[in-house]
Ligand binder design. Sequence first.
Ligand code: 4AD
Ligand code: MG
Length: 468
Amino acid sequence: MEKITRTRVADVLKSEAYGSKVNVKGWVRTRRGSKQVSFIALNDGSTIHNLQIVVDIEKFDEEMLKQATTGACISVNGTLVESVGQKQKVELHAVEMEVLGGADPAVYPLQKKGHTLEFLREIAHLRPRTNTFGAVFRIRHNMAIAIHKFFHERGFYYFHTPIITASDCEGAGQMFQVTTMNLYNLKKDADGSIIYDDDFFGKQASLTVSGQLEGELAATALGAIYTFGPTFRAENSNTPRHLAEFWMIEPEVAFNEITENMDLAEEFIKYCVQWALDNCRDDVQFLNDMFDKELIARLEGVLKEPFVRLSYTEGVKILEEAVAKGHQFEYPVYWGADLASEHERYLVENHFGRPVILTDYPKEIKAFYMKLNGDGKTVRAMDVLFPKIGEIIGGSEREADYNKLLRRIEELHIPMKDMWWYLDTRRFGSCPHSGFGLGFERLLLFVTGMSNIRDVIPFPRTPKNAEF
Ligand code: 4AD
Ligand code: MG
């Protein structure tokens, strides 16, 4: 074959250089035709759209053409031709063609269209080759770029916090332990407690649940930072919104109080949604048409109006009134209860019809680091609640007062030996500061309209599942 530099399908489809010779490489999606001519729909991942390759059968080797079945990888040199009556305005008339890798039709699992998402999860190693997952993963990439751009443009520094840590940021005891000890022969003291002296780090270590605590160290030095990395939670919740390994974005800003924190969260999330509409239009349109006819309307909807800002206490009041009027929730709702996703979604979808930022939660249901309000009962927490998702962001203004923070740490019996460095931020040059965490996959659920979080991360980790 003549050596021609490859052009991506996305670029070929935009080209108007009719008559020019190009090379494309990609995977055969479908092939149809007659004895004389074959039409190959070729996709190379650069766009949701396929390029139509027109093959005049008698000009090609029969054995080679036999190999060019669905799933096969081919390289084609051809002439760009304006196509009439097609969805795309160009097609490629093949001149030379080579099969780089065949895909035996007897065993290739992605033969026909219309596989269920459940089935595709079982072949997660191949599902990026489908239209749906191509769209989802292109959007995933684009959102990551949008996030870095948003913060970079606003003077935030991307700060890398450790993945292995000895402190439990959320204090929820949901950490995966990291050890090199021989689990069959553990050294224990007289009480039967494990002695970690000989473990790799000389103490108990785990995968991080959040980069926030180290993020606060950075914010009280660099001013404004964000993290964007993997976080791990050994919570045994098999729901469409929980992963054991997920990615989180955590901005932390010195001098920001809770209101500025809310402003930042709202601006940030709207920026991301706008980015998806502006930069991933074809993929979002595809997902809208295939899975969720309301998707684009929902995305445009959150951009239009300011988010509702409401205290937890007022939110609970609305939910209690709903119950009084006969609305049935699975879980009970009362002041002091941790809200379930059904409660959050009631506020957003049924009551207000737009995103809600709920603030000032009871201190008992929130983490130790949140700033205590004057009432002594509530903390300056904020959760951003979204349609279809429930909680998409969790954050707070942080307790900046050394003594108050110390008291909370003692009340909750958090081991001081793990926390001395964190407390130093309050001992030396303490200042008001705030931050939040956005679950990257929750954002993707919203932007793609997919309904299961396992379908917006390439290789989901959930209870009893770590395949691939
Ligand atoms: O509300 P969370 O637990 O807050 C924190 O971790 C804080 N340290 C954040 C901060 O203030 N810097 O988690 C933050 C967000 C949630 O709102 C949710 O979007 C997501 O992380 N999240 C999960 N996403 C997928 N699977 C899970 N198991 C998740 N747990 C939390
Ligand atoms: Mg939370």
